[in-house]
Write a protein that binds this ligand. Structure first.
Ligand SMILES: NC(=O)c1ccc[n+]([C@@H]2O[C@H](COP(=O)([O-])OP(=O)(O)OC[C@H]3O[C@@H](n4cnc5c(N)ncnc54)[C@H](OP(=O)(O)O)[C@@H]3O)[C@@H](O)[C@H]2O)c1
Length: 267
């Protein structure tokens, strides 16, 4: 299937590794010019270089999205290097690990800023030129935690619920503009970020377990799904590429799950 993405321009936040990296590479394979973004300059450069070595088009933008200045710098870099942004993938996000009692009010505020307000900043900066061009795609990467929170990581789950909620409001705001807004909610995806959480979990339980054992145990006890495996970043990237495409113009304000069926729902 030709996704008709050739010539489009995308900014994928947090694409220096993990899910964002897979999204940036998948879009580039479909002919999209991408801006790879991260905080770590080396990792960000590596992803862009790999895209270019594979025949794709990539630029880089390095910066924090937690502040107005940082986000504006990233948006300006994307706009100047690509001449415009047609597709914004709001993927950058940070995990948390604590229980309710250990998670301070300040940590809630910090995570809300990192996982929600950072996305809002990018939307506010890039939406006007999408409106002018009469076409656009805005995709938030949330999480199944947003609708099915655990007792742990309450602050993280709440930020992901906010991502899902803001998508619907924004889709209504952008009615008739040619811009669609959707959420993709991954289940458990095997990334470095995910591994870091497992390590912390192992530490909290007294350490000792190796990573592969942890993954098998977590899959059996907490994340069991009918596909019987963790997800990989490409599982998410393929869906994101489709909903970024002109073919997906009737998919709007949706929260699409990529979780192997972990969320049992008959809608
Ligand atoms: N992995 C999962 O199981 C899973 C499940 C559901 C949802 N998600 C969501 O998917 C997204 C990506 O997850 P991942 O597992 O790929 O994470 P990851 O491996 O930790 O990668 C996170 C990426 O986001 C960037 N980033 C994080 N906070 C940032 C900030 N404040 N400003 C700028 N860049 C920032 C990082 O940049 P640097 O590395 O350059 O610092 C990195 O490129 C997140 O929104 C996460 O909540 C993940």
């Amino acid at each position: 299937m030709d996704l008709q993405l050739g010539g489009k321009r995308a900014l994928v936040t947090g694409s220096s590794r993990g899910i964002g990296e897979a999204i940036a590479k998948t879009l580039a394979q479909e002919g999209v010019s991408v801006v790879v973004h991260g905080r770590n300059r080396e990792r960000t450069k590596r992803v862009a270089q790999e895209i270019i070595a594979n025949g794709g088009k990539a630029e880089t933008a390095v910066g924090e999205l937690d502040t107005d200045e940082g986000a504006k710098m990233v948006a300006d870099l994307a706009l100047s290097s690509l001449g415009g942004v047609d597709i914004l993938i709001n993927n950058a996000g940070t995990f948390s690990m604590g229980a309710w009692i250990d998670t301070t009010a300040e940590q809630w505020v910090r995570l809300y800023n990192a996982n929600v307000v950072s996305m809002v900043r990018m939307i506010r900066l890039l939406m006007p030129q999408m409106k002018e061009s009469g076409w656009g795609r805005i995709i938030q990467i949330a999480s199944t935690d947003g609708t099915r929170p655990y007792a742990e990581q309450p602050d993280y789950a709440a930020t992901k619920a906010a991502n899902i909620n803001m998508t619907v409001s924004l889709a209504k705001e952008l009615a008739g503009t040619g811009i669609t807004v959707n959420t993709v909610s991954p289940g458990s995806i095997d990334t470095v970020g995910f591994d870091e959480i497992l390590f912390k979990l192992a530490e909290a339980q007294g350490g000792g377990a190796n990573l592969e054992q942890m993954k098998a145990q977590v899959l059996k006890e907490m994340l069991s799904n009918p596909v019987s495996r963790l997800g990989n970043p490409l599982d998410v990237a393929c869906l994101v590429a489709f909903i970024s495409s002109p073919l997906a113009g009737y998919i709007n304000a949706a929260n699409l799950l990529v979780d192997g069926g972990w969320t049992q729902s008959v809608n």
